[in-house]
Design a protein around this ligand. Structure first.
Ligand code: BGC
Length: 811
């Protein structure tokens, strides 16, 4: 232990108390030992430092900070140097605002396009997600601030996110859901990590020894601090036993008492407690001597936000080379998003930008003739004929129509999954009418996650800006006018229909368990293997120039390939390396991304780029040996511009590390997985993949402290069911208004135990037990427990506080 000198001076009460937050954002200080507090803040694409009352839902105002493009956007840049630059700017702002731990980046895998937080996550591919996350981490931590990659792990749906058990086999866990975190920890050297709300195979992530001890600490060598997601702690003592160091936000002293009881009953050893305190002290002492409070250059950071957005814009379609627009083109600017941009998503990541550009204002600075501008549609989805008529009139005055459209606010929010992949119908109806005008229509899309694009045929060009942050308007105009040649490539697949997606039948899980039956076939790993046509494949993106690939060669430990700019515009190519094993014995995807690089080339220029092999290039997780193994064989290394456009291939031989393969890994035993026919995996096949029976996710009848409040629907008590109806109606009303009410959503999806964990000591675990008794039909017994619990809690809190004060006075 590093700080035994200090831990030996701390009382048991102090040790127990320091392992949970004092306020929504701050840890507990111990002045008598000069142990200061540290301060945490969201978020992943800009700082959300609350000066006044804190909340973790993005409700109360935060100090102005640069709103950079969200992770889903930046992942399209495929540029880790850019990620590092952005991370460093984030870290600088954090340091300037006296923040020690920045709660990001978020790198959960986009299992389904419908997850409400996909805009906050990098990719459906763990390699791309991990590399981008590691680059952010390096950048953030270069400023003396800890990054905190989140949410560890298998946290892929918002519905009942705090009361959900993700059920998956070990191979899928390792290859798909953990590899990104592994890269962020091992290569990024993250010094903090946030455990997620959900259970993983029946055990809460925050108290999961397999995740936190076996994998994170032992295998990956993580030495930093584990911080719970806000309200994610279930059993604090079990968390501490797994070296989870900080329970957030502010559970009050009830959580500290939980640890004292656990030590007393030997559920938790003194060594385990000391280890956790020691890790936390290391972080506190390191962070508290860093430079804080300097100003940051808002103008410079706005420019970084613009550069990041420019590199991440994806050109999806460009018929007749309508783009870039010629100087002086007479354009109509149509769409509500041109006036009120969608540039970030809702929830804890929401930033109060230092400045906000709009297309409406920025277009004035470009050499374009503006024939007119109008909103065209209501962003809340209602039809509006007057707006539509105005749009058609403005369109008739122009030569080219710039149509700004996309997903509304409600579609991209923490706490709420999307119900479908469609863009609001009124926007599509207007597009159809604009198309009828017979002029080129350029679609400028704002959406942080994949959408269906049945309307694609009505557009001459599509430029996808994702959620581009506060400088997204000028970035978009720079691309439209050719000042910048687009070089973004999709971080995720755009399927033809939602029904085509691999987890279609399994997402979001309605019961207690979320079954990951599709296994390793997430995103392109499924479409590519199952030969399912898609709208735009993973890695796709056009440029105003063209590139040729040649001379693929094996190097000492990797490959090299020559890339030439064969068009008439300078531009950047994204070179993607995929690896497959055509004659594999163990089922695996058709191909998998194992390396990439971005290279800028002037017209006519050629460059030979190298991509190294690493420990992930050929490996697969073997459930029988319990380790990463390599199957012997001829591997196909394919290089191209997206997972379908492969330009060069070669074969490399690898010797195998073992011939043992899991007994169930036979074609007859797992036919769906060998054929990638995984949309309808049977119970018996999934059980074989898991290696055990499928755990039941059915409601047991009575509710327990870990059931979400929205499950009051099943409550025996009529009062509880009434509360459910009131909450549901409040939720529906807020959704009808077009803006998510995060408070209601949070309460709706929160388990009962969260009430004790998030009320700064006002509610204890005993009181929560009383609430559960009451909703299960024993109203008066429950009420009695609550009242008694209230007084016992108040007394115990006072006694604990006194003990802490006395220690202070005595020493
Ligand atoms: C979110 C985290 C966030 C935390 C603090 C939680 O609800 O899941 O991503 O960092 O709140 O705001």
């Amino acid at each position: 232990m590093k700080h035994q000198d200090l831990t030996s001076k701390m009382t048991l009460e102090e040790k127990a108390a320091i392992l949970s937050g004092k306020t929504v954002w701050q840890t507990m200080e111990i002045p008598r030992l000069q142990i200061p507090a540290i301060f945490c803040s969201d978020g992943p694409h800009g700082l959300r430092r609350q000066a006044g009352e804190g909340d973790h839902l993005g409700l109360n105002a935060s100090l102005p900070a640069t709103c950079f493009p969200t992770a889903a956007t930046i992942a399209n840049s495929w540029n880790t140097e850019l990620g590092e630059k952005l991370g460093s700017a984030l870290g600088e702002e954090a340091a300037a605002q006296k923040v020690d731990v920045l709660l990001g980046p978020g790198l959960n895998i986009k299992r389904s396009p419908l997850c409400g937080r996909n805009f906050e996550y990098f990719s459906e591919d763990p390699y791309l997600a991990g590399k981008m996350a590691a680059s952010y981490v390096r950048g953030i931590q270069s400023q003396g601030v800890y990054a905190c990659p989140k949410h560890f792990a298998v946290n892929s749906q918002e519905l009942r996110r705090m009361a959900m058990d993700s059920v998956l086999d070990e191979r899928t866990l390792r290859e798909i859901y953990l590899t990104g975190f592994e890269i962020a920890i091992k290569e990024g050297k993250a010094k903090a990590i946030m455990s997620s709300y959900n259970e993983v195979n029946g055990t809460y992530a925050n108290e999961n020894p397999h995740l936190l001890l076996d994998i994170l600490r032992k295998e990956w060598g993580f030495e930093g601090i584990v911080v719970t997601d806000w309200g994610a702690s279930n059993d604090h003592a079990k968390g501490v036993a797994c070296r989870s160091n900080l329970e957030m936000p502010a559970p009050g002293l009830d959580s500290a008492r939980e640890l004292l009881e656990a030590v007393e009953s030997k559920k938790l050893s003194m060594d385990e407690l000391d280890q956790c305190v020691d890790d936390l002290l290391e972080a506190i002492l390191e962070l508290s001597v860093q430079k804080r409070g300097a100003e940051f250059d808002q103008k410079k950071h706005h420019e970084i936000a613009r550069e990041a957005a420019e590199e991440s814009i994806v050109l999806l379609k460009n018929e007749k080379q309508v783009l870039p627009l010629k100087a002086g083109t007479k354009v109509a600017l149509i769409g509500d998003f041109a006036f009120e941009p969608r540039y970030q998503g809702a929830g804890s990541s929401m930033v109060n930008p230092t400045r906000l550009e709009t297309m409406e204002n920025e277009i004035m600075h470009y050499d374009l003739q503006l024939a007119g501008k109008c909103r065209g549609y209501r962003r809340t989805g209602e039809n509006d004929t007057a707006l539509e008529q105005e749009a058609l009139h403005v369109a008739s005055q122009s030569d080219v129509i710039l149509y700004c459209f996309g997903l509304d606010e409600l579609s991209e929010s923490e706490g709420l999954d999307r119900a479908h992949m469609k863009i609001p119908q009124n926007q599509i109806d207007l597009l159809e009418k604009l198309f009828q005008c017979g002029k080129p229509v350029i679609g400028i899309l704002s959406a942080g996650s994949a959408t269906e694009m049945t309307w694609e045929k009505n557009l001459t060009a599509i430029v996808h800006g994702y959620l581009g942050g506060q400088a997204s308007a000028s970035a978009m105009l720079n691309v439209l006018t050719g000042r910048v040649n687009p070089s973004g490539h999709l971080n995720e697949t755009y399927p033809l229909d939602y029904e085509d997606t691999p987890a279609y039948h399994y997402f979001p899980s309605e019961e207690r368990t979320a079954q990951y039956r599709e296994g390793i076939y997430v995103g392109y790993r499924y479409y590519d293997t199952a030969k399912k046509p898609v709208r735009y494949p993973f890695g796709y993106g056009l440029s105003y120039t063209t590139f040729a690939f040649s001379d693929l060669k094996e190097e000492e430990n990797g490959i090299s390939v020559k890339v030439t700019n064969t068009g008439d515009t300078d531009g950047a190519a994204v070179v993607q390396m995929y690896v497959s094993l055509p004659k594999a014995r163990v089922f695996r995807p058709e191909k998998e991304l194992k390396g990439f690089t971005k290279v800028f080339l002037k017209v006519g220029e050629s460059r030979t780029v190298s991509i190294a092999f690493d420990d992930k290039t050929f490996r697969y997780w073997n459930n029988k040996t319990g380790g990463w193994e390599i199957e012997e064989g001829e591997y196909l290394v394919a290089v191209g511009e997206n997972c379908e456009a492969i330009h060069e291939t070669m074969t490399v031989h690898r010797a195998g590390s073992t011939v043992e393969i899991p007994d169930v890994y036979q074609k007859e035993m797992l036919p769906s997985y060998y054929n990638a026919d995984i949309q309808n995996v049977t119970d018996s096949e999934f059980a074989k993949l898991l290696g055990h029976e499928i755990p039941s996710g059915k409601w047991s009848g009575s509710l327990n402290k870990n059931d979400a409040i929205c499950q009051l629907y099943y409550a025996k008590s009529p009062i509880a069911r009434l509360i459910y109806r009131i909450l549901t109606s409040m939720k529906n009303k807020s959704e009808a208004k077009g803006k998510p009410d995060l408070n209601i959503l949070f309460i709706y999806n929160m388990p009962f135990r969260g009430i004790a964990k998030m009320t700064a000591g006002a509610v204890s675990r005993d009181m929560v037990d009383g609430m559960v008794t009451a909703v299960n039909g024993h109203f008066f017994r429950g009420l009695g427990q609550i009242i008694k619990g209230y007084f016992v809690n108040a007394k115990a809190n006072k006694a604990y506080e006194k003990k802490l004060e006395q220690t202070g006075a005595e020493k």
